[in-house]
Design a protein around this ligand. Structure first.
Ligand code: FES
Length: 111
């Protein structure tokens, strides 16, 4: 494990919200759902949409560019762009990372 700070205080990531962070030059999506914290790659694997600008629903995050949906937790692709289900397999799922809070700041392990 190699924990890295996102410089984001947990207090700025309220329940049901998403934020973007840059860790080691890698864009990261951070999201919080009630008491659970999640970290994923920050750009959509389809065409690079900034996922933090998308929509967070109860069990999924939806890309702002073309509407692909990814499962929370896990990051599995649920629908292709334009909401097409089941997905064809052309767009990969999201890479997820372990996340934790140390001294009030969110940290991630990028492996
Ligand atoms: S860039 Fe995300 S669905 Fe196209």
């Amino acid at each position: 494990m190699s924990w890295k700070s996102t410089s984001l205080p947990l207090s700025e990531l309220t329940g049901g919200s998403m934020r973007k962070a840059l860790v080691d030059d890698r864009p990261i999506l951070l999201l919080r759902r009630t008491d659970a914290l999640f970290a994923f790659q920050g750009r959509c694997p389809h065409e690079g949409g900034v996922l933090a600008n998308g929509t967070l629903e109860r069990d999924r995050v939806i890309c702002p560019l073309h509407g692909a949906a990814f499962a929370i937790p896990g990051g599995t692709l649920l629908t292709d762009p334009d909401g097409i289900a089941p997905p064809s397999g052309d767009v990969p799922s999201l890479t997820s990372y372990p996340a934790r809070v140390t001294s009030g700041t969110v940290e991630v392990d990028l492996g």
